[in-house]
Write a protein that binds this ligand. Structure first.
Ligand code: DAH
Length: 339
């Protein structure tokens, strides 16, 4: 058989080998060895070039080189879709490398603390309700026993929209909305945003979050208030924290108290964060003032209850040791990635 015929034959055989190429790993390598290997069919054709007449040799050499480069290109082309593409001579893309990671977001620390507090009260049988952030003077003040010109209004710097409409300064407004529309027993918490026209600092921001609690039934006692809030504090900060209640004043509760937890940083020994007192103030609370019942048409002789309110930012700052409240609103991913 002439060398030209042999070249034709090898080309045809290569085509049919490719057609019946199995997808098995290594099948392509076997073909590569069969044709392009050191003792492969192409190499043996080159050996035979020695027998070709000198004047025909350049022409034959060219045809044979074409065969070799065609076979090489075909095999490399198929190899690129193969799993061992990294070894491909014509491509420097390694499809086996892992992709660039897609950065995942995280749950905002305020949301995390809010969810945790909600779940504690849900376990105690409280339901979650929401009130409006834009409210009227009546719900935010009047019905909570804070009449106009009452000095207690100075406790909260208010953003007024009109004389009568305002951004709520606390979630206590939701107590009134709820009691207006429901008869006792009432056992709710009301989370949400509140707004205050204060100078911005590491401790105060114009907007923050609170959770309000309200429990009204016949014969609710101050002992139940203490038991509920003590359980809550231990669930949130750990079973070893102690609580104490200090007398305080809020217009909508009587008697009123503030609850402290033993400092979670120094375990009550006294440190910079608790200002050497060993205690951290975490919420306000008290027995619902009969005046409040009157504004929602509850009979103050029939119903008793307790209420409490706490700031979420403060809880989150204590829990995570955050020093500046404004970080929660900065949108800075270096801060957010830590939670
Ligand atoms: N509304 C109060 C505030 O924003 C917090 C508060 C104190 C709510 C005592 C209560 C309560 O329900 O009983 O400062």
């Amino acid at each position: 058989m002439s060398i030209t015929d042999q070249i034709q034959k090898v080309r045809a055989e290569f085509s049919s080998d490719l057609e019946s190429l199995s997808s098995e790993n290594g099948a392509l390598d076997q073909i590569r060895i069969k044709y392009l290997g050191r003792k492969g069919l192409v190499a043996s054709l080159f050996v035979q070039m020695g027998t070709v007449a000198a004047d025909e040799r350049p022409k034959m050499g060219q045809v044979l080189n074409e065969l070799k480069s065609d076979i090489t290109a075909e095999i490399d082309g198929l190899g690129n879709t193969d799993s061992d593409s990294s070894k491909s001579a014509t491509s420097n893309i390694d499809y086996t490398l892992p992709g660039d990671p897609i950065p995942a977001g995280s749950i905002h620390p305020l949301t995390q603390v809010m969810e945790e507090i909600k779940s504690i009260f849900l376990r105690l049988g409280f339901s979650i309700v929401y009130g409006p952030e834009i409210d009227t003077d009546f719900y935010n003040f009047e019905a909570l026993n804070i009449p106009r010109h009452h000095p207690a209004r100075d406790m909260q710097d208010t953003f007024y929209i009109t004389d009568n409409v305002l951004l709520r300064t606390h979630t206590s407004d939701t107590q009134i909305h709820f009691m207006e529309n429901h008869e006792p027993p009432v056992r709710i918490i009301a989370p949400g945003r509140v707004y205050r026209n204060e100078d911005l600092s590491v401790r105060s921001y114009c907007l923050f979050h609170q959770i309000e609690g309200l429990y009204v039934d016949s014969k609710v006692t101050f002992a139940e208030l203490k038991g509920t809030l003590d359980y809550f504090a231990r669930e949130l900060f750990g079973q070893n924290v102690k609580t104490r209640f200090r007398p305080s004043y809020f217009p909508f509760t009587e008697p009123s108290a503030e609850m402290d937890v033993s400092c979670i940083f120094c375990k009550g020994k006294g440190c910079g964060i608790c200002k050497k007192t060993g205690w951290l103030e975490i919420l306000g609370c008290g027995m619902v003032d009969p005046e409040v019942y009157k504004s929602v048409n509850y009979d103050p002789k029939k119903w008793t209850g307790f209420a409490f309110g706490m700031g979420i930012e403060r809880m989150a700052m204590l829990k995570y040791g955050v020093q500046d409240i404004r970080l929660f609103y900065s949108g800075d991913v270096r801060f957010l990635r830590q939670f």
